[in-house]
Design a protein around this ligand. Structure first.
Ligand code: ATP
Length: 604
């Protein structure tokens, strides 16, 4: 109930559509009820040629007028009565049809709006989650939750649902008819629990199956996503067949869960129908003697039987609604799991505004570890350093030593578990993300570009920039020449993740973007590692330009790029083993000497 309530809260802005849909459902049910009464004159007059007799156990408003009318109808020719009935039924069906149409349309508007809003809500929420969340969740799985799981909500708020929901007012209408024509027949309602019990039991099982199916669909999407994004490696290692096997495995798992759910779901309808109709037949058998002794007309008997049998359909529908609801709730649980995930890195309430750096960046006894399966793997231990404004600080050390982790803490992608990080004596936890991050630019080995124009990729996040500003940034980044040669210059769409560009070109676009932001602090993480020497030269030139007059934190495996840094920190197993300039470290630190020898063959 709690989950349903949360989902329906998304419908609040669209409640008028729901109200309209319900009104049209009621009109549909009302006219369904009215149409069923035409059975009496049809059987009593048209088929048998007798007097039309509507026997009721409860007097209803205008009953005398109706009886008078039926008496008048009885006196007419059988064929004429049939013609009247035909016109009457056609008009009723028309009104019913119009009401049905609008009830579906309004429910669909409600459902699609809710799903649209939920999608945006998840997107907005996911965008603000901390980086650690993304390292724990698979991209394909996340995408599946935003698309496939949200789509399932339509099962309970769409035109499809309206078609089923419409049976409820009809059920009430039939119950009312039974009450009027013979109130004792209403006792049939006492048998409803027999029909409802399997609906509830099967519904419970369906919910867990739906959850399972959605998570298997997410696994399937994950494989698809991994293979598409890593297609070069898949093909280079001739892993197509192995990946196909992995996909088939996930596909079969998903198929099996879906089939189990369908088997169970399909069982519901015949089960409710058999139980319902059997109960109706038992009740109707008790009425037969009344027809024989003449106290009940064939028309009224048929009306009673029709109303009773018609009540079975809404009950069958109850099963359908329940199974749709359980399926949707299974997916809903997964959606709320995401919406309830809290960002681990948050801004404090009313955070301070951090002015542009004036003095220094300080790490004070910083320790940190990544959470993995409820354990914390320590990666940084008591890191203590100061980088003055305008200095270039390089971090070197063996792979996995913790260099990138240090850099990631400056824009607060991760927070220290102990100690603090300060800019000009202000703890980063005290300031707003915006004021901190607007003064930082990051260039990493993995370039992040969007499937947009060159212009919008360079000016990403900057609103008031002119084309000249963009071009100046591109010139400084050694990118202007190759951009000019592209088919539409700065208006060229660069493809997903910049597939239409070389590694060096992508990197130079990233640098142009960083230059345009005009950051006070620059973070370079292996920015040239993936490039060949020609590209590296152009990129390094661009980097050297952007580094001027900025505070720079750089990680580079190629020591040649950091030899002139003001400070070099040698990081080993999460601690600072040594700090100094290149020449100092070369004399005093064995690890640095080893790294240098590995690249240059000899120590100068
Ligand atoms: P490299 O030079 O190879 O890039 P590095 O010195 O930059 O290495 P980090 O990327 O900081 O090293 O990683 C330090 C340690 O933390 C490694 O053992 C790594 O496996 C681990 N690690 C990094 N990122 C995560 C993460 N998101 N979740 C769990 N562990 C992580």
């Amino acid at each position: 109930m709690y989950l349903l309530k949360r989902i329906f809260l998304f419908g609040k802005p669209y409640k008028k559509y729901f109200a309209l849909a319900i009104c049209f459902m009621a009109v549909n049910a009302l006219f369904e009820g009215v149409s069923i009464f035409s059975i009496v004159p049809f059987f009593d007059k048209v088929l048998t040629g007798k007097t039309i007799e509507l026997t009721t156990s409860v007097k209803f408003p205008y009953q005398d007028k109706l009886n008078e009318f039926l008496f008048h109808l009885s006196s007419l020719d059988r064929m004429l009565v049939f013609k009247y009935l035909a016109v009457f039924l056609t008009s009723i069906l028309l009104i019913k049809g119009i009401a049905f149409y609008f009830s579906r349309v309004f429910m669909e508007i409600l459902g699609q709006n809710m799903v649209k809003d939920i999608r945006c809500k998840i997107f907005d929420h996911v965008e603000h989650l901390s980086i650690d969340f993304f390292s724990q969740k698979k991209t394909g799985e996340l995408m599946s939750r935003v698309s496939a799981d949200v789509q399932m909500i339509l099962d309970i708020v769409s035109s499809r649902f309206a078609t089923t929901l419409i049976e409820f007012p009809k059920f009430l209408m039939y119950a009312l008819i039974l009450l009027i024509i013979d109130w004792k027949l209403i006792l049939a309602l006492f048998f409803i629990p027999i029909i409802i019990l399997p609906i509830i039991l099967i519904g419970k099982k369906l919910r867990s199956l739906s959850r399972k199916a959605q998570s298997r669909l997410a696994e399937l999407n994950s494989v698809l996503f991994e293979v598409i994004t890593g297609i070069k490696i898949v093909q280079a290692f001739s892993m197509e067949h192995a990946e196909l096997k992995r996909f088939i495995h996930e596909n079969i798992r998903y198929y099996k869960t879906r089939i189990s759910a369908v088997k169970l779901d399909t069982l519901l309808s015949p089960l409710t129908e058999i139980t319902g109709i059997s109960i109706c037949l038992c009740i109707m058998v008790l009425r037969i003697p009344k027809i024989i002794d003449g106290s009940l007309s064939v028309g009224t008997f048929t009306l009673q039987a029709a109303a009773l049998v018609a009540m079975v359909k809404p009950l069958k529908t109850l099963g359908k609604i329940n199974s749709l609801m359980q399926r949707a709730l299974g997916a809903t649980e997964r959606i709320f799991e995401i919406l309830d995930t809290k960002a681990t890195i948050t801004e404090k309430k009313n955070p301070a505004h951090l002015p542009f750096i004036k003095n220094n960046i300080v790490f004070k006894n910083v320790s940190f570890g990544y959470e993995q399966d409820n354990n914390t793997k320590t990666v940084l231990n008591n890191i203590d350093f100061e980088i003055k404004k305008g200095e270039i600080a390089a971090f070197v050390g063996p792979s996995g030593a913790g260099k990138t982790t240090i850099l990631n803490m400056v824009p607060r992608f991760y927070d220290p578990q102990q100690g603090k990080i300060m800019i000009d004596d202000t703890d980063l936890k005290e300031v707003s993300f915006k004021s901190l991050r607007r003064q930082i630019s990051i260039v990493t080995q993995e370039t992040i570009l969007f499937n947009e124009t060159v212009l919008s990729n360079i000016s990403y996040g900057e609103n008031n920039v002119s084309i000249k500003d963009v071009q100046d940034a591109a010139k400084l980044a050694n990118a202007h020449e190759f951009i000019k040669q592209m088919p539409k210059g700065y208006e060229t769409i660069i493809g997903e993740k910049g597939v239409k560009l070389s590694g060096g070109q992508k990197q130079r676009l990233s640098i142009a973007r960083a230059i345009l932001k005009n950051p006070a602090i620059l973070i370079l993480d292996e920015a040239t590692s993936a490039l060949d020497s020609e590209s590296e030269k152009l990129v390094q030139e661009a980097i050297n330009r952007i580094m001027k007059k900025r505070t720079v934190l750089v990680v580079a495996h190629r020591l040649s790029t950091i030899l002139h840094s003001d400070k070099i920190f040698v990081i080993n197993q999460g601690i600072i083993e040594a700090c100094g300039t290149h020449s100092q470290l070369l004399k005093s630190n064995a690890l640095y000497q080893k790294l240098y020898e590995m690249q240059f063959g000899t120590v100068e």
